[in-house]
Design a binder for this molecule. Structure first.
Ligand code: PEP
Ligand code: MN
Length: 341
């Protein structure tokens, strides 16, 4: 439930209103805009009479909010959230970033790939040190050493790193190394303990949509992180499982628009996992950019046929550089359009 407050309300009146809400066992999320103040009532609002609220002098109108996500909801926070990914890199609210790198950190080739993607214009480096593999016999990632290699690449190139945490028990390894962005993978996007613990670190968290996850489930995953006081959350559309078999997943491009409509959090698209084949990655990256994604996450490998995971969907550095040129041209159109509005 949200209460839109009259613009004549004084800070004391707002304070009284907040205390009243808290006495009811709810919490109040005050969002002070330039023109109006919106107060979100968080908790079980079923016992609150909206007519009683509307009868209060400072309340202009009351709206029931059916969505269970509050902190991630644009209704309570109309302006776009900008996530500070470190190293001067901002994401969201007009700041567009490309996260690129191999699926897995495999060794010293990471730095070569990192140099290539950086030279092509990627602003963040990805690479998994802990890999969620369908089979326990597949390559599981380098673990700690993989994180160290990412840190070396970060130090050389001065670019933030994004890397997956699979288990809350590993979080200290990420915190100790000042990992810039924690990725919560599709398979873990309903691992509520992990989401909460990641939230508690205060490190920005990029959450992938679940393999068969709905948009609302992705938003509730964000809510878990945010409920721990961490508002630095990035949502990622990475394709969902459907009956289609020609692609690894079905890229739900409309999710970019729907998420922007429902939430103030930045939305990144991952055309690599969404399609599963390198040949489709560039066109879908362009489509996501045109649709207004705040960023892209793209897998790149110096020799895709030898990659230890997800080689089929990895772009070569050359293909990535070509794609980046086209992305920049689409971004020019989007930015011009935003400036005109
Ligand atoms: C990845 O980014 O390498 C990954 C495993 O992604 P997802 O969780 O989307 O499958
Ligand atoms: Mn991958």
């Amino acid at each position: 439930m949200i209460a839109v407050i009259n613009n004549t309300a004084t800070p004391e009146q707002i304070h009284h209103f907040v205390s009243w809400v808290e006495e009811k066992g709810l919490s109040a999320n005050v969002s002070q805009g330039t023109n109006e103040t919106i107060i979100g009532l968080i908790g079980d609002t079923s016992q609150i009479d909206p007519f009683l609220l509307e009868s209060m002098d400072i309340v202009d109108r009351v709206q029931r909010v059916s969505e269970p996500f509050k902190k991630a909801n644009r209704k309570f926070h109309p302006t776009d959230t900008v996530v500070d990914c470190g190293h001067g890199v901002l994401l969201g609210g007009g700041h567009f970033q490309v996260i690129a790198g191999p699926c897995s950190v495999e060794g010293k080739n990471l730095i070569e790939i990192a140099r290539e993607v950086h030279a092509a214009g990627a602003t963040m480096l990805r690479g998994g040190a802990f890999k969620p593999r369908t089979s326990p016999y597949s390559y599981q990632g380098m673990g700690k050493e993989g994180l160290d290699l990412l840190c070396e690449a970060r130090a050389e190139l001065d670019m933030p790193i994004v890397t997956e945490v699979m288990d809350a028990r590993d979080l200290d390894l990420f915190v100790d190394r000042n990992i810039d962005v924690l990725q919560i993978g599709a398979r873990n996007s309903q691992n509520f303990t992990l989401l909460r613990e990641a939230g508690r670190t205060g490190i920005p968290v990029l959450i992938k949509r679940g393999i068969s996850g709905t948009i609302d489930e992705l938003l509730m995953a964000a809510e878990y992180v945010m409920s721990e006081g961490n508002s630095q959350v990035i949502l990622c559309e990475r394709g969902i499982r459907t009956y289609e078999t020609r692609t690894r997943n079905t890229f739900d491009l409309s999710a970019v628009s729907v998420l922007h409509h429902l939430s103030h959090l930045p939305v990144v698209a991952d055309p690599s996992h969404a399609t599963g084949y390198a040949r489709y990655v560039s066109p879908m990256a362009l489509a996501a950019t045109a649709a207004g994604a705040d960023g892209l996450e793209i897998e790149v490998h110096n020799c895709p046929s030898k990659a230890w995971s997800d080689g089929a969907q990895a772009l070569t550095p050359e293909q990535f550089a070509q794609t980046m040129k086209k992305i920049s041209r689409i971004r020019e159109v989007i930015t011009e359009d935003e400036q005109e509005q």
